[in-house]
Design a protein around this ligand. Sequence first.
Ligand code: FES
Ligand code: FE2
Length: 388
Amino acid sequence: MQTETKIDCRYDDGEAIARQILAQQSDNAARAETLPAEAYNSDAFFRIEAQKVLREDWLFVGHVAQLPNENDYFTLDVIGEPLLVVRNAQGIRVMSNVCLHRWVPIASGSGNSRVFVCPFHNWSYNTEGKLTGAPSMQQAEGFDRHDCQLPQIRHEIVAGMIFITFSATLAPLSDRLGPLVPVLEKYHLADLHCAFTLDYDCPFNWKMAVETFIECYHHAGVHRTTLEDSFPGRLTWIGEDTPGWTVCHQPLRKNGDISEIMTAGLEPFGGLEGDDLRRSDLLLLYPTCLMSLNPDRVTINVILPVSKSMSVWHRVVLVSKPAAARSDFADTVERMRAGVMTIVAEDLEINAEQQRGSRSQLARPGRLSHLETSVWHLANYLKRKLTA
Ligand code: FES
Ligand SMILES: [Fe+2]
């Protein structure tokens, strides 16, 4: 019998791909090139990234505004780990969402609950993850439900943003993000209202999603009838290469009206002035947290890598509390959602095409524009993690 071999890249040798990345230069932005195409198509390299990069760094999972009330919760899968994020009287907890009995996730979606009952055999847990009920287990020798608690996940909250890590030894995130906090405070980040969340599948490697978000070079191509007029890619510039993040500054076109950067129905955040009212900053907090800081709204996204060519995009859109209290807020949300979906559709289509092209046996690293220096910054971050 003949078996069909599907070739996704020239070689599926994770260590060789890592060596190839480490051999690329990281000194001179003017000589920057992309990662090898194999880094987006190799199962073996994806496993290395999962262990050395993703599991060994701080990953954004959500914002406290998604859990305004006691017993509010949401769930998400992070690199194959089902997680439960819940607010109880003590604060925010992040824990494994996997039943201690036979591993079914105990909660799904989001909501408000004091108790989580596993749908398989009805074991129940409280908001601390303690097992509070385990029917018909009296004859299980040595079993005491009081000894049982869902594994707790290390987390940190910075400016209302909840980050987790699977590492016990990683340095605190607040050390790394400290210099950024005053910028985030200008947008009142810890005190915003969650307007809506959005999840969608991305049929491409997580780095393609991240890289596309942090450069506006593609506006003239992909978004030429949507973003390019108001936010011409050629006017954008990239900040310094820092250990924790990179930023793409995206100004409104010269003589553009402020209404082009605002969502109708929203007001600018109090205290913003000057250029802050005429630009939208795109931030990547390594490795997977993408933020857009606008005068009237903040979007925080997490790219959840599923496999070498599949990711999930989780988007949280935040506005000021006074804006959310307006009587026409539901209409504003619908307008925002429609606007987001138009841009998302354009990016999804091009990134799926990029993934298809990157499987070519003829694909080699391509040179980068100065408008894409942030893409090179991500490559430099990857190198640091691969050698840590
Ligand atoms: S798997 Fe959860 S109760 Fe059995
Ligand atoms: Fe885009």
